[in-house]
Every structure is written in structure tokens, then in C-alpha cells.
Design a binder for this molecule. Structure first.
Ligand code: ZN
Length: 281
């Protein structure tokens, strides 16, 4: 009986006939560039991480917001190698700090060279901006001296923040991540060239009324874009990547790969190397 030879391509086509083309290629991976896994109260965090990993979300940049949640973030990092921990004091949580908060922060960072600093920043919609600036500047000093990437919250305070950066005379962290960035777009190039900035976009990008955020995304070079859930559920980062790809008119799998590699680039602790940043499109 003669053997019937069916070309391999034909077999594959037969197997896949009628199936939908997968939306993302199989190798596409994601990193949630800003989340708060420690805030999970309704679900076991191990289950949250497992569900995210099942969707190829393989990294979680977990930001603390005050000294009371630093231990939770540290423990998540110890429990799961794909959790990248950041400790810091958010501008909403600067009241009632103990006088030695920075001593404890430095001790923890010294013991954990992989930790970054976040979430820190300035929020002009809050009344205590002067006090915020003091806490922010102290954390920027620590970030510079200890060579840690910082994750920044900046709301209606970009001018104040740029003023602070300018007066640091190069004493900056190795990189800054502007979390849930909403503009203005005209500071992007300067932040990249002078401070090695990356711009992370949050689920707020879905809101088409947020024109400033969309304009900022349009103006952000592809190699500086990150994506984040900004909450305790990293699954939300998938839709953010989809929307970014639509706004940037780029294939979604390609955009996801770019964002994945950007995030690895951004998360490198170490001494600051000035004048080595290049803008690319
Ligand atoms: Zn946050």
C-alpha cells in the first residue's frame, strides 16, 4: 500500500482550520509597571499572581505607599521572584511619619539591593505641598546615593518637580518612572534627555476625555512607554497595552514586546550615568 505524504504545512492548516487567530502571539509577555498587590483584601495574593501569570503577566512592580506597608511589599518580593518591590512614602501619606522613617528606609534598602523606591512624589491637589516637597527631596537623596530607580506620582505639580530636579545638579536616581503619566507632553523629551525618564500609562488611558494623557502618550517615544494596572489586580494591564497599541497605531503583540523590553531597561538600579540617554522613536 503506497504511503500518502501530506505536507506538514497542510496538516497544520487542517488542525487550525476554523480556529480564531490568537490575539497575541504565544511569546508575548507583560510586566505590570506599577501595582499595589499588598492592597489585596478580598483575594489571596498567590491566586492573584497565578491568574496574572496564566495571562503571561510575568512581572509585578509592587509599590508601597507608607512605612506600614513596607514589610508587606518585602514579603511579597521574598515569596515571588517576579515581584519587584519598591518602598517609599506617597505624598498622601506624609502625616504622622516617625522622625526616623528615613533611617529605617535606608536600612531596608541596604539589606535589599534589588529594591527600588516608590511610590513617592508631589500632589498639588493636596494642601500640604511644602511638607510633601521635604519628604520627596529626602527620598530623592536616598535614591541618588543608593542608586535606586524611583517611581513617581506627580499630579498638577510638574513645574515644582522640574524645579526640584534642576536644583539637584545631577544628583538623580539612575532612572525615573513617571507613573500614570498624564502630561504635559512638552516635558517628555527633557525628562528623557536629562533624567532618564520612562512614562507609565494606567487604566485611566481608556477614558477618552483624558485628552492630556492621550496627548502625552502620542508624544512619548515607543522605547519609553510602560504599562501599569495602578491597583491590586495586574490583569488590568492587558487592556492598557491594547489601548496603547491603538493610540500608537502599532500591532498589539509588537507593542507588548516593546513595552516588556522597556520595562526591563527601566528597572535597573545602579549609579546614575549622565548624558547617556538617547531618544528613539
Ligand atoms: Zn500607585
Amino acid at each position: 500500500m503506497p504511503l500518502i505524504f501530506i505536507p506538514r504545512r497542510q496538516i497544520i492548516e487542517m488542525l487550525y482550520q476554523g480556529r480564531k487567530t490568537p490575539k497575541h502571539n504565544i511569546m508575548t509577555r507583560y510586566i505590570d509597571a506599577h501595582c499595589h498587590l499588598q492592597n489585596n483584601t478580598s483575594q489571596n495574593v498567590t491566586d492573584v499572581i497565578s491568574s496574572a501569570v496564566a495571562q503571561n503577566i510575568v512581572g509585578f512592580v509592587c509599590n508601597a505607599t507608607n512605612p506600614d506597608d513596607w514589610d508587606s511589599v518585602l514579603n511579597l518580593g521574598k515569596m515571588c521572584a517576579s515581584v519587584y518591590g519598591c518602598i517609599g512614602i506617597h505624598p498622601w501619606h506624609i502625616d504622622n511619619l516617625t522622625p526616623n522613617w528615613h533611617t529605617r528606609m535606608i536600612e531596608i534598602l541596604a539589606q535589599h539591593p534589588e529594591l527600588m523606591i516608590g511610590e513617592i512624589g508631589l500632589d498639588n491637589s493636596r494642601p500640604n505641598i511644602d511638607a510633601q516637597q521635604k519628604v520627596f527631596m529626602a527620598q530623592m537623596d536616598i535614591a541618588h546615593i543608593m542608586g535606586r530607580v524611583v517611581h513617581i506620582h506627580c499630579v498638577h505639580a510638574i513645574d515644582k518637580m522640574l524645579h526640584i530636579f534642576r536644583h539637584r545638579h545631577g544628583m538623580m536616581p539612575p532612572a525615573i518612572v513617571m507613573h500614570s503619566f498624564s502630561g504635559p507632553a512638552n516635558v517628555i523629551d527633557r525628562l528623557i534627555n536629562e533624567y532618564n525618564a520612562y512614562f507609565s500609562y494606567s487604566p485611566m488611558i481608556h477614558d477618552s476625555r483624558r485628552r492630556g494623557m492621550r496627548a502625552a502618550l502620542c508624544a512619548t517615544p515607543n522605547n519609553r512607554i510602560l504599562a501599569e494596572s495602578d491597583c491590586e489586580n495586574p490583569l488590568r494591564v492587558l487592556d492598557v497595552v491594547n489601548t496603547i497599541s491603538e493610540v500608537k497605531s502599532t500591532d498589539v503583540a509588537q507593542m507588548a514586546d516593546i513595552i516588556y523590553s522597556n520595562t526591563h531597561q527601566a528597572l535597573k538600579n545602579g549609579p546614575t550615568e549622565p548624558n547617556t540617554f538617547i531618544i528613539g522613536k
